[in-house]
Design a protein around this ligand. Sequence first.
Ligand SMILES: Nc1ncnc2c1ncn2[C@@H]1O[C@H](COP(=O)(O)OP(=O)(O)OP(=O)(O)O)[C@@H](O)[C@H]1O
Length: 634
Amino acid sequence: MSQKQTLSFQAEVAQLLHLVTHSLYSNKEIFLRELISNASDACDKLRFEALHHPELYEDAPNLEVRVSFDKDARTLTIADNGIGLSQQEAIDNLGTIAKSGTREFMSRLSGDQKADAQLIGQFGVGFYSGFIVADRITVESRRAGLKPEEGVRWVSGGAGDFEVETITRPQRGTSVTLHLREDASDYLSTWKIKSIISKYSDHIQLPILMRKEEWKEGEDGKPGEHVLSDEWETVNQATALWTRAKKDITPEQYQEFYKSISHDYEEPLAWTHNRVEGSTEYTQLLFIPSHAPFDLWNRDKAAGVKLYVKRVFIMDDAEALLPAYLRFVKGVVDSADLPLNVSRELLQESRDVKAIREGNTRRVLAMIEDLAKAEQDAESADKEKFAKFWAEFGAVLKEGLGEDFGNRERIAKLLRFASTQSDTASVSLAAYKARMKEGQEAIYYITGDTQAAAAHSPQLEIFRKKGIEVLYMTDRVDEWALSFLTEFEGTPLQSVAKGQVDLGKLQDEGEKKAAEKAAESFKPVLAKLKEALKDKAQDVRVTTRLVDSPACLVVTEGGMSLQLARLMKQAGQKAPDVKPVLEVNASHPLVQKLDGSPAFNDLAHILFDQALLAEGGMPEDPAEYVKRVNALLA
Ligand SMILES: Nc1ncnc2c1ncn2[C@@H]1O[C@H](COP(=O)(O)OP(=O)(O)OP(=O)(O)O)[C@@H](O)[C@H]1O
């Protein structure tokens, strides 16, 4: 195809572009970081493909990025000699957004420019950020390995469509030319561009070149001025940041490096940078972001660690380098031992990779532990960070209880929950233990869909009355994760909605005796209740756990909770039919009314269905339930 073709952007791109041009005004200059980072990625890709196809280097083996401008034409050009784009790749990559979570991201946009600008910052707009400063962008490219006649020109004004045509382009790689808007004249200055590059792109491994400026004396009485010469000079440090000594790197440089590899606009919460020596040698530079990505819950999502081997980029998203429960971590691992042609499959089996993965896991957990320590230190500047971390990533970290047995104890120490004594998720298991009542033998918890639902559970009544703290487990993953944590430092964890309540030493003799007596005299009613509810309840028994409520539902020890069964059904999974146990409060007036009541059967069913409602469930036949209540009210 040699003719010009006009194509439409994918709907999401058009929407994004509208936003970019309308909301991202406060931090215009980031466009340069994004475009240089794309250029650097393109060079990394070429270097990688050339491992097997050295001919792709053609006659230009030195990979580099050149930034230049033309004051008269008002253009700024970022050119690389990386992998380049074929025509089809230009259409696909510069016309659509392939990122996972795009649709969800779009649906979160509110129309409020400020809020949206922040969201869009988290999403990362990459190439499209060029439209912050340009009203037209021309991309010319040729993919390495294609003929010069197979180049492509892509042009767009950033509205609904773009044009593509075939061109002849002798040199491989991509040049992105920004036709600057009226208000973006600042970027037609060597000084300005240099200062942005040193701020954002100093750590890029590749040389970034600009034309040297020279002072030219004025002639005929005219003032002198800076003019561009034909000589190019490297304007960044051009050494990969992670290869430099820690002491030579400023916090700002780490932060900028993070932003450029993650495309995040916010600062990271923490980072760790180490050169590991010994039987497996590697450098790790890992970051914890300050907010969760949109697709955090997708366990198959791309991992955030890039793998390099002896400074050659090998692959993005090397999931073998960290366990899935740490999938929020971003960074770089540079191995000295792996072969350059390592594949994803090989990574899974490599012993070196296993050692790196364990080393990374240890370091990330240590970073989180440091944040937790800082939280206890009133003086620390990082005091607020752990709570932030926990709110964003706590639920994912919990997956580690089931996934990483070796580190289970370390993870358990990092857990935080809300409880009957704390509205915020700030209670650690150690803090809970430290304030356990004398004679208390277990760490009590209750699961629920929401904190409010858990807090209102009738099962909590006796614990409230006795002032015993109960932890709320309201994350979806809790029930599953907690099944791997049966005890914490010698104290068992016990659900208050499973099995019989046994408060052990916390219950006094008088209470025990009274309960036994009530159970005895209640026996005939219990038998009738069991019979009336035999299709719904596995058993009916008298309980001491209730104070104000007439009844509640529990499951047997080791059984699946009603909440988990409901969650599984909602998720379309097969869940066993859990038949709960109905526990009744023999001293409640409603329960006492049962004996001899002509409406015994209705009351029995109402008791059961109400207990189900109270713990977040739904009567099997809601209409029938309403009918029964109405009959009694009439
Ligand atoms: N200089 C370039 N050379 C070759 N391909 C490029 C270049 N710039 C962009 N691309 C292609 O266009 C795609 C889209 O770029 P864009 O910056 O929008 O997103 P991304 O880099 O994939 O995502 P993110 O910026 O969030 O990492 C890239 O994935 C790449 O395939």
